[in-house]
Design a binder for this molecule. Sequence first.
Ligand code: ADP
Ligand code: MG
Length: 269
Amino acid sequence: TLAASARLQPEAPIYINDYHKGSFIQLNNVNKAYGELVVMNDFTLSMKNDDRLVIIGPSGSGKSSLLRVLMGLEGIQGGTIHFQKQDYIVGDKDKRAKILDSTIQKKIGMVFQHYTLFPHLSILQNLILAPVKVNKMEKRVATEKARALLARFGLESKLHAYPSQLSGGQKQRVAIARALMLEPELMLFDEVTSALDPEMVTEVQSVMMQLAEQKMAMIIVTHDMHFARNIASRVVFCANGRIVEQGHPEALFTHPRETRTREFLEKVL
Ligand code: ADP
Ligand code: MG
């Protein structure tokens, strides 16, 4: 049986609070609710800089909320978040994001399910806007950087095109390139292929695999379990505002320990 064979497996690594050993990101007892609806319940998670976390869980389990919290787009009501051993975000009763260090926020890039490119700007203008306006990068330097990134993702010919002239897969690759323009140290991906036609999923996933090979720290929310297995260094299964189970993808997918994980995987695999 599944249970018997699970016992024969070596123990999956257990990730506990290793903040003091120099973890990259550490969430401690984070609480977040929308009114009465609790989406993070004493949520504790740590991540190392060479980790690629894949977050899985039922719809409504708070996966997007977690990413938006890390990005500083949402406040938390309790707990703390450290980034590279610095205090980054703390819980605040007034529910707004209380960011202690905005230089940390700039080290995090995010890509969403629905492409968020500016429709009235060319691809090049989309890429250089924030670096030039916010980071005061020289326009010439930003343009060269944009060109290089687009070339790397096979999009150099689209430099002067507008978002409406691109396929969904191309738009998502541009969105990833745009996030990379600011040289993030952590990338967050929220179901970036969910809205794409199947034939475009691979081109976006292969860009993410490229980043993985270059050791980019990433947190990825996806329903694509095959991709999760390929890219994750660790898979985290969340439900009801908590981590139910986490571990190496091979271990978690083939020998889930918890009934809730097993039930979820049976539905999605
Ligand atoms: P997931 O990404 O796992 O599907 P979300 O983080 O998007 O989950 O949402 C978790 C729960 O919080 C859902 O029930 C959702 O309806 C609710 N929710 C999300 N954002 C808001 C918001 N801004 N205001 C109120 N409720 C929200
Ligand atoms: Mg979501």
